[in-house]
Design a binder for this molecule. Structure first.
Ligand SMILES: [Fe+2]
Ligand SMILES: [Fe+2]
Length: 268
């Protein structure tokens, strides 16, 4: 028998990119046990971290959150999430977040985190976001208290995203990502009925992202939408709703170091 020990010495050099896995709208229920665990088990072979863009459950119950937690537990890469509107439906969003946290998931709402992934520091700013519509076709903070409250919710959520991104801007991050459930742009809604665009996102999120900058913006919610979009400020946007990407998760390669400085786009 030969003995052995773990190799020692300097860590291998970090690669020139961070590979981000992302998915939203997995909508797991209590009958979904084991559905995604096999796919998540291969994450360490292909990605440096996993982003979850909300609507992780069907009705936002603790029981459903426990299923999500079990699918993710020990998946081998850092997991950062925001909740979606479905995760709020039962009024148990705090408990849902806690169940996910107990499984090692970093759940963001109006704040940011920096995770060490693939030898790089990855900053993620997250918020659920809200509705309201897009430039020229958006709701205004005018009239009835209910209407003002509706628009104010979107404005406050976007404000929290801007603050969370600004926090990251002051940190030594190799890449910065904005993670939301609602969409910041109309591009990634293409395929959805035009009539419901105001309920799928708000331009205020894009304004927040462009005001600080990010290497990538990831969202879900628009099941019939399109994967690729762009803010007016040039930040790439990806709709990772599972019905859109049609896989357990999508992979995006974000250049770091000199390649990031040249503005090389994320792939695919
Ligand atoms: Fe959804
Ligand atoms: Fe949703």
């Amino acid at each position: 028998m030969t003995g052995g020990s773990a190799p020692t010495g300097p860590a291998p050099p970090a690669s020139d990119a961070v590979v981000v896995a992302a998915v939203g709208d997995i909508h797991l229920g209590t009958d979904s046990r084991g559905l995604l665990r096999p796919a998540f088990a291969v994450l360490p072979d292909c990605a440096d971290l996993l982003l979850l863009a909300g609507d992780l459950t069907r009705h936002g119950t603790v029981e459903e959150a426990a299923v999500v937690a079990e699918e993710l537990r020990g998946c081998g890469v850092p997991v950062v999430a925001v909740l979606g509107n479905h995760d709020y439906h039962s009024g148990q969003e705090a408990e849902v977040g806690r169940v996910l946290c107990d499984a090692g998931v970093v759940v963001l709402e109006g704040r940011s985190t920096v995770v060490s992934a693939g030898g790089h520091q990855v900053g993620v700013a997250g918020t659920k976001g809200f509705c309201g519509g897009f430039a020229g076709r958006s709701a205004g903070e005018f009239g009835e208290p209910e209407m003002k409250a509706f628009v104010r919710a979107a404005r406050q959520s976007a404000g929290r995203l801007a603050e969370a991104l600004a926090y990251l801007a002051d940190r030594a991050c190799d890449v910065r990502i904005a993670l939301t459930h609602f969409s910041p742009v109309p591009d990634t809604l293409a395929g959805e009925p035009l009539e419901i665009y105001p309920f799928l996102g708000t331009y205020l999120l894009a304004e927040a992202i462009d005001s600080v900058g990010a290497d990538l913006a990831v969202h879900g919610h628009a099941h019939l939408g399109t994967e690729h979009g762009l803010t007016t400020g040039g930040v790439r946007v990806r709709n990772v709703a599972q019905p859109v990407i049609r896989h357990a998760f999508a992979l995006y390669r974000l250049p770091v170091g000199p390649a990031r400085a040249t503005g090389a786009p994320p792939s695919p």
